[in-house]
Design a protein around this ligand. Structure first.
Ligand code: ATP
Ligand code: MG
Length: 311
């Protein structure tokens, strides 16, 4: 018997930063802000969403024409890792790559800031998930004034450097889009209270101890500055071609569901299709199918004979 489940629909656009909108994160929801049935999401809508992502990814991979890049940025403990695990772990690992960007190593520091990002780009047909990204180079770099220690020629470091980088980033993302690589960017928006709970959990729960880092505790001092810079950066770099989504991150089940819907929307826009087979191959397969259905044990040998004749 079919179980009655309310159809769950969310308007993803409510979380999209529209080009030209001035973003102030202080005014944007960090918790689920719509009337929605949590149980129905967890038991029906979210699993269905994962199935749809699965099918779309299989097509993307088979078609091998478009690439898809998902950038994830957030304050510490906002749930980047958990989101990646829950939304993408059902996918064919052949076509999905997660890349985490940490503090640049010495080889990376010997290059421009996009170098390591370029090297991590997915190939056509693949999904690249960036756990942090080039956006660190306009956020953490700015919070801690790291640009002064950078190898960038210091005569290029002037008061316009951040606007210059926003422009570079927008140009680069547009270039990718114009070459068949679709970019979306997701900011997991967690509240300061919820971050405190999650950092505490990393200390209290032995299984989460490995995630604990002194740096996370220290970075929390700069909370307001981060929020201010994230607001400015999202305002400056959300474009139609490569939009930012600001996803409430205080309720994990909701965050994951919203991210799944954003990914579905983007993949539907890409509209990948399984490659069309040629007419000859289709006809040949029809013949082979009839042969298999006839139960002939020598079918493979017969196929070989048919191929000799036909091709
Ligand atoms: P969590 O959200 O669980 O705390 P995380 O993404 O912070 O995970 P970590 O390994 O704890 O992962 O930290 C990576 C660190 O690397 C972050 O503090 C980030 O700001 C820093 N980082 C990434 N890119 C750069 C960069 N270009 N310059 C300086 N620091 C960077
Ligand atoms: Mg961290």
């Amino acid at each position: 018997m079919e179980k009655e489940m309310p159809e769950i629909k969310i308007d993803i656009d409510r979380y999209r930063a529209k080009e030209g909108d001035k973003i102030n994160l202080k005014k944007i929801a960090t918790a689920c802000d719509i009337d929605i049935d949590k149980e129905a999401v967890k038991t029906a809508a979210f699993p269905e969403a994962l199935e749809e992502i699965n099918l779309l990814q299989a097509k993307l991979y088979a078609q091998s024409t478009y690439g898809f890049i998902i950038v994830l940025q957030a304050m510490d403990a906002a749930g980047k890792d958990g989101t990646i695990k829950h939304v993408f772990s059902h996918l064919d690992p052949n076509g999905v790559h997660v890349v985490s960007f940490k503090q640049p190593n010495s080889e990376e520091k010997d290059h421009d800031y996009m170098w390591r990002i370029n090297r991590a780009l997915p190939r056509r047909g693949d999904i690249g998930i960036f756990n942090r990204s080039h956006y660190e180079d306009v956020i953490v770099t700015r919070v801690h004034d790291l640009i002064k220690e950078d190898k960038l020629p210091q005569n290029l470091v002037n008061k316009n450097i951040w606007d210059t980088r926003y422009r570079q980033i927008k140009d680069w993302e547009r270039y990718l889009g114009e070459n068949g690589f679709h970019v979306i960017k997701i900011f997991l928006h967690v509240s300061k209270d919820e971050q405190r709970n999650r950092l505490a959990e990393r200390i209290l729960n032995k299984k989460k101890n490995w995630k604990f880092s002194m740096a996370d505790i220290n970075e929390r001092r700069y909370w307001d500055r981060y929020q201010e810079l994230y607001s400015e950066m999202i305002t400056a770099t959300s474009t139609k071609a490569a939009p930012w989504y600001i996803v409430p991150a205080d309720n994990k089940w909701y965050t994951r569901f919203v991210v799944s819907q954003i990914v579905i929307r983007a993949l539907r826009d890409i509209a990948p299709e399984f490659p069309e087979m040629s007419k000859e191959i289709k006809n040949q397969l029809d013949e082979f199918r009839r042969l298999i259905e006839s139960g002939n044990v020598g079918m493979i040998e017969e196929m070989q004979d048919m191929m000799k004749g036909g091709n």
